[in-house]
Design a protein around this ligand. Structure first.
Ligand code: FEO
Length: 173
């Protein structure tokens, strides 16, 4: 059985994942409007990824007989990302914040000797390494091309090819 403290903390994390989804949707819509459909597509896929993260936590709470309590999702920024390098820098910074949240949850589970929750969180610890790595790689690429039109066009096409693949942890349940 999960402690009240762990249940509350996991519900907070569900809200944080859904806030992340909303943030990335906002970034996607900004770039849709700006005319870079590939960048927009990358963020629309990221929107789905974050919803999948929330779903993993919801499934875990349900499997443990705990209650999922959905809270309001706070407002997200709607601009401030003039260039693709800016928007991926904001993404990296946000993912670093999420990594800290996951690490705090992991430490909390460990302190309570709640090893099942700790193991569930291990998936997220690894996912955060990938999230930060992906954002950094895109910062590097967009910084390299700067405002070179051909470079931007080529990178935008590359990002247009991204598709959503549900995490295996979700599809096997
Ligand atoms: Fe749910 Fe982008 O971490």
């Amino acid at each position: 059985m999960l402690s009240d403290k762990i249940q509350a903390a996991l519900n907070e994390q569900i809200n944080a994942e859904l806030w992340s989804a909303y943030l990335y949707l906002s970034m996607g819509m900004y770039y849709e409007h700006k005319g870079l459909p590939g960048v927009a597509n990358w963020f629309k896929i990221q929107f789905k990824e974050e919803q999948a993260h929330a779903e993993i936590f919801m499934n875990y709470l349900n499997r443990r007989g705990a209650r999922v309590v959905l809270k309001p999702i706070a407002e997200v920024p709607v601009d401030g990302w003039d260039t693709p390098a800016d928007v991926f820098k904001a993404t990296l910074s946000h993912e670093q914040t999420v990594t800290a949240l996951i690490n705090n949850l992991y430490a909390m589970a460990e302190a309570e000797h709640d090893y099942a929750t700790r193991d569930c969180l291990t998936w997220f610890v690894n996912e955060q390494v990938e999230e930060e790595e992906n954002a950094q790689a895109l910062i590097d690429k967009f910084t390299l091309v700067g405002d070179n039109g051909m470079g931007l066009y080529t990178l935008d096409r590359e990002l247009a090819a991204r598709t959503f693949v549900a995490p295996a942890i979700l599809t096997k349940e």
